[in-house]
Design a protein around this ligand. Structure first.
Ligand code: GTR
Length: 416
């Protein structure tokens, strides 16, 4: 089989990058729990000026905005504003797609405003067996809409990126990759459960290219904020579709897109549930543990994901005015779900669990029980109260096992 440049690109960037890059840069991750340094987490319920937050009202009026502003200024840069003008049009649709089980719609979005001159395509599948508006998962994809399912009608993605061998700017496209990423998108399973799926190729929204995207010093938005902007523009469109229940929109993302889903959900109240799948450093895992990938390492490898100010913390993570538990708490009072994988030590599964645990006090302000367990649960023993967590056996990935947990969790919340 002919391998295209896309195949090579995928292998280099998504399969072996942590080990490869760390060897090149001589970064040695710590995987020894005994070597995790002592640390003190910032208290989500204490304002920068020392005032204690004791009510949900004060949280919403003062502390929450303070934290959003701190994350925007010191880590991600603000999510670009939208002028409110959003042009979109249906490029293709089939009410009897996937053997009659689904309504497939491919929509072109041309948002206006600070987001700039962009155009990207949303692929949407809505289950046919359900009468009335359905809940929807938004989950952006890494390699193009046509990689999420073998459905021959899905438009093939093309995007500008870099030839991994020569470093030259090229336009990437690949028909061979059609359906290659189906393991991350068990669409039939999702549809059977009565949920719609909305996906967009993340690089159609904003390039993931450290050479092309130069982040200045200060707080200008990094790539994660631009991708988060994309989640909100998709929400703009979904909210206008009669077949979609706009009160039941779930933001989900894997890895760098898990970081994105958390930040997008923090900024967009229309996300009813936020799910972080293996998001790790810069997402759900506690930076102060310095286990696996660290703030210093992520800034070296992916400087364009975050704003310039974040670089200050590479050598002294304890100076960060927040940690991941506070990013998670920005979802409150809406539920947040965090998932880890046993072989994804780079993302620090324990640090992901501890961040969720330490978001509990914010949920308690609302009389909600975040999670009950204080110890990380055993592999494949999912837990949930208002929030949820599981540790899947296996590698850094988003698989059907994870999806079924998310569907169960969403059922529990939406069907109450
Ligand atoms: C890794 C990166 C992680 C994670 C992952 C991904 O190379 O170190 O933070 O985001 O990429 O997005 O696949």
């Amino acid at each position: 089989m002919r391998r295209t440049i896309l195949g090579v690109f995928a292998v280099v960037c998504f399969a072996v990058s942590p080990a490869l890059l760390s060897a090149q840069e001589k970064f040695v991750p710590n995987y020894d729990e005994a070597k995790v340094p002592a640390y003190t987490l910032p208290d989500p319920l204490v304002m920068q000026d020392g005032t204690k937050v004791t009510t949900s009202d004060v949280w919403e009026k003062s502390r929450r905005p303070e934290l959003v502003e701190l994350f925007a200024r010191e880590m991600f840069g603000p999510v670009p504003a939208n002028s409110g003008k959003l042009t979109w049009s249906v490029l293709e649709e089939d009410e009897k797609a996937l053997e009659g089980t689904a309504h497939r719609i491919q929509i072109e979005l041309k948002p206006d405003g600070d987001g700039g001159d962009r155009r990207f395509e949303l692929l949407l599948y809505i289950p046919n067996q359900v009468k009335g508006p359905v809940p929807v998962f938004i989950n952006f994809n890494f390699l193009g809409n046509h990689t999420v399912h073998p459905d021959p009608a899905i438009h093939v993605a093309t995007w500008r990126s870099r030839d991994p061998k020569t470093g030259e700017a090229v336009v990437l496209t690949s028909e061979i990759a059609r359906g290659d990423r189906i393991r991350r998108f068990p669409i039939e399973v999702i549809l059977k459960r009565g949920y719609a799926l909305a996906t967009v190729h993340y690089q159609a929204v904003y390039p993931d290219d450290a050479k092309a995207v130069k982040i200045p010093e200060g707080s200008e938005a990094g790539a994660i904020s631009h991708w988060a902007w994309g989640y909100s523009r998709v929400t703009d469109v979904l909210s206008q579709l009669p077949k979609i229940d706009r009160e039941k929109i779930v933001f989900l993302g894997h890895s760098r897109l898990g970081k994105t889903a958390l930040w997008a959900g923090a900024n967009d109240p229309r996300a009813a549930i936020v799910i972080s799948n293996d998001s790790g450093c810069g997402g759900a895992s506690l930076a102060r543990r310095q286990y696996g990938e660290t703030v210093g390492r992520i800034n070296d490898a992916f400087p364009h994901w975050f704003c310039g100010n974040y670089k200050k913390y590479g050598n002294d993570v304890n100076q960060l005015p927040f940690d991941a538990h506070e990013l998670l708490s920005l979802t409150a009072p809406r539920p947040v779900y965090v998932a880890s994988a046993t072989e994804d030590q780079w993302a620090d599964p324990k640090g992901e669990f501890l961040a969720l645990l330490n978001a509990n006090p914010v949920y308690q302000l609302y009389g909600l029980e975040g999670i009950r367990e204080t110890e990380q649960p055993a592999p494949e023993k999912p837990i949930s109260a208002h929030n949820g967590y599981h540790l899947r056996v296996g590698k850094h990935d988003l698989l059907e096992y994870d999806w079924v947990r998310y569907l169960d969790f969403a059922d529990g919340y939406f069907k109450k």
